[in-house]
Design a protein around this ligand. Sequence first.
Ligand code: ACO
Length: 427
Amino acid sequence: MSKTATLEFDGKKYEFPVTVGTENEIGIDIKKLRGEAGLITLDPGYKNTGSCESAITFLDGEKGILRYRGYAIEDLAEKADFLEVAYLLIFGELPTKEQLNKFTNDIKEQSHVDEEMKKILDGFPKSAHPMGVLASLTSALIAFNPSSVDVSSEEDMYKAIVKILGKFPVLAAWTLRKKNSLPLNYGDEDLGYVENLHKMMFEKPNKTYKVDKAVIDALDKLLILHADHEQNCSTSTVRMVGSSHAGLFASLSAGISALWGPLHGGANQAVIEMLERIKEDGGDTHKFMQKAKDKEDPFRLMGFGHRVYKNFDPRAKIIKKSADEVLGQLGIEDPVLDIAKGLEKEALEDDYFVKRKLYPNVDFYSGIIYRALGIPVEMFTVMFALGRLPGWIAQWREMRLKKEPIGRPRQIYVGENHREFKALGSR
Ligand code: ACO
């Protein structure tokens, strides 16, 4: 294979090197394009633009493959727990027992936030969306942990990482407790990361906390499935903000805001709202399929389609099975699950969806599980953020360690040419 790509423009030829990844993905390295040819590429939405070389997550959207650090998502979801996967993503290898114990204990040591943070939370109305509150609280953490991370020091980086992994679940749980008018609490050192999170979210002041193991297992799996997904919108945001050398917490806060949107992490909330709407309308899935296909109608089938997967999202397969299992174990019958299955069946046989390679994505079934676990709809995207946290951290760390330059795209200006200024009275 040729090691260069040739661009011909205006009668001149330019050679560019080609970078080949470990899974044989090929990228034309155009770093010198503007300098040599005075040209830039134009790619709104970055559909064909590689923003970095990364060794964290591999996905093949055509074949439906997802791997973290080389390990298949199916194996990790089945055999590892969330903190093991977090360690793997961030540091590159599965932890030994000692490494995992240390990591777990260091995170536990940081599982508290400054009391003053409660005043900030208090200032939000109860009606505030938990994602907005979480982004603000994560940003506010900087004020209480101001020391900037020296990225040339492994120790400094490690400290910042365990700090945020410890404090983030507290903030996430508090956003829910505030909504539910429950006293703000802390976790229990003796519980695992995910059970502790669940306890903080749901314990009642007058009841002994108890939880079904099936609930924790399902939650653990969901967090693992969401833990990283290479250069998606929120991750690219984290890397972009971090590239200005803003700190880790500031970069994460920006990532949370990016995740909030209904075309990204907010889709899990949008899916349940859509399924509820279909149920209330009489459950006619065919009618809504027609709406989704009608270009005059803004309705889209939420939970379907993906920028990268043009095949079944492997996470959706695992989640669908998990939804069946957990609903069965908890003895829950949810009519919305039947509507989801009906929609999926119709879409997979429909020409419009088949031609455009629109398959169910991770969010199509995750909302159904969250609902079965008693998590309110508005918290769904917060659950996604809790899962994605190690991925964001890993990507930020990789970007800083590689000393990537500040992210700053170019544009093609299509506005007015120079105009004479008109005074206010003569406009
Ligand atoms: N329902 C109906 N039509 C759809 C859908 C959908 N959910 N998704 C894509 N299409 C159609 C588009 O209208 C377009 O049709 P056209 O070629 O006739 O114009 C074609 O399929 C391609 O769609 P794009 O929007 O160009 O694809 P893109 O890669 O830009 O968008 C996205 C991907 C945003 C995920 C889109 O499929 C979508 O809006 N899906 C619903 C929202 C959703 O589930 N988001 C979660 C994504 S996963 C995640 O963030 C974890």
